[in-house]
Design a protein around this ligand. Sequence first.
Ligand SMILES: [Zn+2]
Ligand SMILES: [Zn+2]
Length: 381
Amino acid sequence: MRGVDLKYRLVRDEGRTTGTLLALGSLVRGAVLWFVTALAPAVTLAAPAGSSPAVAPQSIEPPAPRRVTVPDHRPLVVVRALGHVGPAHLRHACRTILEHYPVRCEIGPARDVMTARAAWNDRRRQVDGRALLDRLFVDRTDALVEVDLTPLDIYEGTRPYVFGLASLSDRVAVVSLARVTDDFRRPDVTSANRIRKLVLHEVGHALGLGHHDDPACVMRQDGTPESLDFAPDDLCDGCRRELLRRLDLLAHPGQAYLDRVRGHLVRGEIEDARFHATRALHRFPTDAGLAIALGRAFLDAAVLNDAISLFELALHRNPDLPEAHAYRAIALDARGRPEDLARAREHFARAVELDPRWASSARGRQASALARAQGPHRSSR
Ligand SMILES: [Zn+2]
Ligand SMILES: [Zn+2]
């Protein structure tokens, strides 16, 4: 289930306008940052050379810059140090990300090197990369993607070392600088060059891209620092199109909360999932689409009472959402209490009334079959 994106329909204004289908997946402190753009820069008006002195000079005030606030919905990537990493490396990573991907980037608070202790393999004198990603997820930032730079040497499974690792579902990535420092025999090759490719590669994963072993793509796999030197430092056209498509789906500001809720549910950490779901609902108090997406996350994890409550909340926010009715029907049926089946039937009938496509959709067929079933039946929990 990890890494599976959840599609949901975002309904923006009381159900009259349906928005885009969004794919939702792990979480962020969903601060929507606003940036100020000066649309009309001040200009200096100079008299052209040779203009007639007979014309009385006019006092022309340059227009004051008009400040307009524009919501910036680009997803946020946060770069952090895990252990001692120079600020130049962090700034370099952020700059690289901003130059290549249409996201925002910030440098987050540094992590103490002891954060990695739980993932330390004393026999190998290395850090277990998968265990480290799991540890970083526990208190990750609320950005859509968190990428940590670290001087620690990392291995994964049977590989003796890796340059970096990322979780496509948790959207947490780590880049190890242990093996990419400057090669003094080749002064033309800088660590900055290697770090740029690694950061783009791992952030690409965290945004949902898989490997693409094309010599012209930064998503190719490189096994040695030397092969890294010959790697391209950008995505191929195909991967770029895929990235833009994914970023479009991930642009909802609640996406990061949803990712985090799903991450905890996958780990069986129901209380943590509830905590972050509550934060999301509090932060976006009118967003019915987000409530549905959270409900589906709990439904997928068979945490049915929470799912049912979330679909109910979505309907409270907007009573005419077919998805909320349909999924509430499915969740009620799955719970299977004596009184649930009749309510499931009502909700499914309402969903079809609002959007007849539910009658023929796969989940709709499931729900209608359930709604036709007679008598109490067993819960799937
Ligand atoms: Zn990779
Ligand atoms: Zn590619």
